[in-house]
Ligand binder design. Structure first.
Ligand code: HEM
Length: 399
């Protein structure tokens, strides 16, 4: 019998900031794929099983094209026509358009290139730890540490002057944070586009040594470069910032795991992978079937929207032993936190470098780091946010 998810959960269980909503975990208990009626009446699916999610992500019969994303799990779009993604915004495109934009970037984000950045990431991290030490004890880790480190790194990589961050950081928060209405969201998106158009024009006039300037030699238009910059900038820091903040919170809530990491810095790589799986901040994505597809004993008909819950797939008991435990020594490798298939995160090696540097450095600089408020008072982003996270993380330490 087909399992049905009655509605899309709009919040997490109180006291469980790291777990996917209970309704999705329960759905996975019944079946890796559940039927779901969208608010506009569209008959779609929610996929919560690891293997099935991975299979769909690798299947070109499922599309990421924005103009096909007509249905939203909590909003009824009514008659609004969703336009195709603007030039360069390749996250929301299929091949061959997607590859035209992704290919020139791949070489810039390889493991080797990102490892070369490690020293700079260490410097940036140390500077922020120094500033925290001066400002504290008691700081908000989100504003003092988690946000600025990935913001400085992505700005330097793209050649965005860090002083300009006021022109995009708040706006990106608005379109990923799930807390503003449609009008404000659109205004934030347009303001970021406007800023990036100016930036591309400035690079054209005076190229510098960065990813954006390197792309000036290709046949990509300024309009396309603007779109690519938007994807890189928006994907590049909010995700990592929330991983640093939530990762610290999760470790502080799991003192045995925290102690294991402090005792063995060589555990950092494995610890970061487990935190990525456990927290899955990029929690869900959508795909639309381009033709009828037989999957998991069901027919997904052409035009149907499928919600892929990466966060629930990463807690699949068929894939992981004790999936809801944070276990830095976990033996099962691999996760879907960076997705899979052609859209698999382009910046994953960069994110890994940042997390492997920032988390251990924070723990070693502040051996007595602890929450400055009760855990249930740490304000979560609403479940409507595209990226899961926390708004602030008050921490303190012994001086
Ligand atoms: C821990 C941090 C991060 C997480 C959890 C994350 C997660 C993801 C996920 C799940 C996707 C795939 C979406 C899909 O399948 O539709 C993605 C795509 C992408 N990410 Fe990340 N990301 C992170 C950091 C970064 C960073 C630092 C960059 C820096 C450039 C970046 C750039 C991108 C880009 C450009 C794409 C689009 C790839 C494509 O469509 O081909 N991400 N990311």
């Amino acid at each position: 019998m087909t399992h049905t998810l009655p509605s899309m959960p709009t919040s997490r269980q109180p006291g469980c900031p790291f777990d996917p909503p209970k309704e999705l975990i329960d759905a996975r208990e019944h079946s890796p794929i559940s039927h779901f009626t969208f608010p506009d009446g569209h008959q779609g699916w929610v996929v919560t099983g690891f293997d099935l999610t991975r299979q769909i992500l690798a299947d070109p019969r499922f599309s990421s094209r924005r103009e096909l994303m007509k249905h939203h799990p909590t909003i009824d779009y009514g008659d609004i026509e969703v336009p195709p993604a603007p030039p360069g915004e390749f996250l929301l495109m299929d091949e061959p358009q997607h590859g035209r934009y992704r290919k020139p970037l791949v070489g810039r984000f390889t493991v080797r290139r990102m490892r070369l950045l490690t020293e700079r990431v260490e410097q940036i991290t140390a500077e922020h730890l120094d500033a925290m030490e001066k400002a504290g004890p008691a700081v908000d880790l989100v504003t003092a540490f988690a946000k600025p480190i990935p913001a400085v790194v992505i700005c330097e990589l793209l050649g965005v002057p860090y002083e300009d961050r006021g022109r995009f950081q708040e706006n990106i928060d608005k379109f990923l944070g799930g807390e503003v209405g449609d009008e404000e969201l659109m205004a934030a998106y347009l303001a970021t586009q406007e800023y990036l158009a100016e930036l591309v024009a400035a690079k054209r006039a005076t190229p510098t040594d960065d990813v954006l300037s390197d792309l000036l030699d290709t046949d990509l238009t300024d309009e396309e470069l603007k779109g690519m910059a938007l994807i890189l900038l928006s994907a590049g820091f909010d995700t990592t910032a929330n991983m640093i903040a939530l990762g610290t919170f999760a470790l502080l809530r799991n003192p045995e795991q925290l102690a294991a990491l402090r005792a063995d810095p060589a555990l950092a790589e494995q610890a970061v992978e487990e935190l990525l799986r456990y927290l899955s901040v990029a929690k869900q994505f959508f795909r639309v079937a381009l033709e009828d597809v037989e999957l998991g004993g069901h027919t997904i008909t052409a035009g149907t929207t499928v919600i892929l819950s990466l966060s629930t797939a990463n807690r699949d008991p068929d894939r992981y032993t004790d999936p809801h435990a944070l276990d830095l020594h976990r033996q099962e490798g691999g996760h879907l936190a960076f997705s899979h298939g052609i859209h698999q995160c382009l910046g994953q090696q960069l994110a890994r470098v940042e997390l492997r540097v920032a988390l251990p450095a924070l723990l070693s600089r502040f051996p007595t780091l602890r929450l400055a408020v009760p855990a249930d008072q740490v304000p979560l982003r609403p479940e409507a946010a595209d990226i899961h996270g926390i708004k602030s993380l008050p921490v303190t330490w012994e001086d």
